[in-house]
Design a protein around this ligand. Structure first.
Ligand code: DGL
Length: 261
């Protein structure tokens, strides 16, 4: 019996990574877990959040017998990746802002980082910028309200475009500065779910870069033992009846409650 790859996020954002993985490697079995009881992660205190991520990931890996873990959350990865790797006996693949490909793609050398408050401020993120975008201007924009909008969208609700526009006002302003921002890193896995709306609201055409495809390639490298059988089990830490149809569209079954110690 093959062990599935477990995709983990605070909420439904990891589905954007699950989708990239399924497109590139439909033969890799996936299951999903999200800590919706603690959503959103992006505005929580680092110390308690780090402990929580460890506890939930341990329980979820055990519940589905995962053969590899994808931390499909920038906020969790930039905080707890090292601890997860030191604790879990399986390969752990993180999701961090795609600064490097964005810097390579930008022609104006002005890129935007759209992420949660926690991710834009993390030393891990600062390090990525220094390593891969030292010759770029990087506008960091905390866009936590977009997390809620993505959750609403997956539950079948309408996206509040005014709310999204207000949250992105600094991004739109940066497209009119000199040099003009031309490339945006979607540094939160919830945001690719909103990409059609972001593209429609942008005042000028922009390049949008996320980490989904890079993660899919990395998973294939380290999780060859996770192929062969469909899985689709789904675990949550709080009620998720409103998400059943949305999860099903991404290939995941009726969510079950994850037992935490
Ligand atoms: N999807 C998560 C990320 O990539 C964050 C959402 C949250 O704030 O919980 O950072």
């Amino acid at each position: 019996m093959s062990a599935p790859v477990l995709i983990f996020d605070s909420g439904v954002g990891g589905l954007s990574v699950a989708r990239s993985l399924a497109l590139r490697h439909p033969d890799i079995a996936q299951c999903y877990a999200c800590d919706n009881a603690w959503l959103p992660y992006g505005v929580r205190d680092d110390v308690t959040l780090s402990e929580r991520i460890l506890a939930v990931c341990r329980a979820a890996v055990a519940a589905c017998g995962a053969g590899a873990l994808v931390v499909a959350c920038n906020t969790a990865s930039t905080l707890a990746l090292d601890r997860l790797r030191a604790t879990l006996p399986i390969p752990v693949i993180g999701t961090v802002p795609a600064i490097k490909p964005a810097a390579l793609a930008s022609r104006t050398r002005h890129i935007g980082l759209l992420a949660t408050t926690a991710t834009v401020n993390r030393p891990y993120t600062q390090n990525l910028i220094e390593r891969f975008a030292s010759d770029c201007r990087v506008s960091r924009i905390a866009a936590d309200p977009l997390v809620v909008q993505a959750e609403t969208w997956l539950a079948g609700g309408d996206i509040d475009r005014d709310r999204v526009s207000r949250a992105l006002a600094p991004l739109w302003q940066a497209t009119a500065t000199s040099p003009a921002l031309d490339t945006v890193v979607l540094g939160c896995t919830h945001f690719p779910l909103l990409k059609p709306v972001l593209e429609a609201l942008a005042p000028v055409p922009l390049g949008w870069v996320d980490s989904g495809d890079a993660i899919a390639r990395r998973v294939a490298d380290v999780a060859a033992h996770c192929t062969g059988r469909r899985d689709g089990r789904c675990f949550t830490t709080a009620a998720a009846d409103h998400l059943v149809a949305g999860f099903a569209e991404f290939g995941f079954t009726h969510p079950r409650r994850l037992a935490l110690p």
